[in-house]
Design a protein around this ligand. Structure first.
Ligand code: PMP
Length: 335
């Protein structure tokens, strides 16, 4: 019998699959690691599990404890899922720009959601960062994971994602590509693959145009629409010594590839996944990677959370991506 004890036991061991259609003209094999097959729907399940394990070991989290974190998305789902299985309360603070459907997902997993004004920035006591700090200080038994600084984020990828990629490719992976948000995925997975290959595996970050990681000067830092990746500061979870190159991708390139992955590869994934694929293909073309090269990249989450944005033609046109809609939409049948 193969019956798992809890859904949390299904975290990790996600499959790799080759891209066959969006790769025209690229000779290297491009394989993607499908992280939406984690039980909470993203790569963030991995960090949630390790962060909670470590907090239990260190005594920061005790029976009946409360997890407080400022997050609107995948990290919240991962934390809520693992926490409920172990009997912890979760409280997430998030700005009111976060859609009602994302709040509903967190509540469905049993989390409490505190909504704060979006126009309150860091340092403002009403901001979602500051409210989470206050709650963590006031509530007895509260633990704040702080995914941007917590070393267990990158470590979860060092101990799980890295070995999975190494083994699933029979040690033949030559390049690893991932988007950079907190930097945990690329730093942990990249460190493992570099150690396992004696430095042979090249680690390539993908970054939205406007984010700090690929900015050459302060003037290059600006808003962008791709979610979950890019920053305007350097988090501790990001180890700058691991990445060999960072490829910049703009919103339109990322969203076009996101729509093509759904329409041509059968992969309904989020915008940061489209960004990572666009970056991998740019890199493979620029360096003329050949048949001997095996590029693995990580697709962090599912496209289900973006149906009202990237996959909605009206939203795309209203946000200036009309030409992407023209290139990627199939005509609908009108009865
Ligand atoms: N894509 C999405 C959708 C995410 O939520 C995240 C996490 N912020 C990332 C990519 C980047 O992962 P990391 O934080 O490990 O750099």
């Amino acid at each position: 019998m193969t019956i798992h004890n809890s859904v949390a036991d299904l975290i990790g061991n996600t499959p790799l699959v080759r891209l066959n259609h969006v790769t025209a003209g690229v000779r290297a094999t491009i394989a993607v690691k499908i992280e939406y097959l984690n039980p909470g729907g993203s790569s963030k399940d991995r960090i949630a599990e390790r962060i909670i394990d470590a907090a239990e070991r260190s005594g920061q989290l005790k029976p009946g404890g409360v997890i407080v974190e400022p997050t609107s998305g995948n990290t919240g789902v991962g934390l809520a899922l693992v926490a409920q299985q172990r009997g912890y309360r979760t409280i997430f603070t998030l700005p009111d720009k976060v859609s009602e459907s994302k709040r509903a997902v967190l509540r469905a997993y049993g989390a409490e959601v505190v909504v704060t004004p979006t126009d309150a920035g860091p340092g403002d006591p009403r901001s979602y960062y500051d409210v989470s700090d206050r709650l963590a200080a006031e509530i007895p038994g509260a633990f704040k994971p702080n995914q941007y600084d917590n070393p267990n984020g990158p470590l979860s990828h060092y101990y799980t994602t890295g070995p999975e990629v190494w083994e699933a490719t029979d040690h033949k992976v030559t390049h690893f590509v991932a988007g950079i948000g907190t930097g945990g995925t690329i730093s942990g997975t990249g460190k493992y693959l570099k150690e396992a290959s004696d430095g042979a595996v090249k680690v390539i970050g993908a970054d939205p145009e406007g984010s700090i990681y690929s900015a050459l000067s302060e003037q290059d830092v600006h808003q962008y629409k791709i979610e979950g990746v890019g920053e305007d500061f350097y988090p501790k979870a990001f180890d700058r010594n691991i990445t060999d190159a960072i490829v910049k991708v703009n919103d339109a390139e990322a969203f076009e590839m996101t729509r093509r992955l759904a329409g041509e590869e059968g992969l309904l994934v989020g915008g940061s996944s489209g960004m990572a694929v666009a970056a991998a293909l740019k890199y493979a073309r620029l360096y003329n990677l050949d048949e001997d090269q095996l590029v693995v990249l990580l697709l962090p989450d599912s496209g289900r959370g973006y149906l009202e944005k990237i996959f909605d033609d009206d939203w795309m046109r209203a946000n200036g991506f009309g030409e992407v809609v023209e290139r990627t939409s199939r005509p609908s049948l009108v009865a």
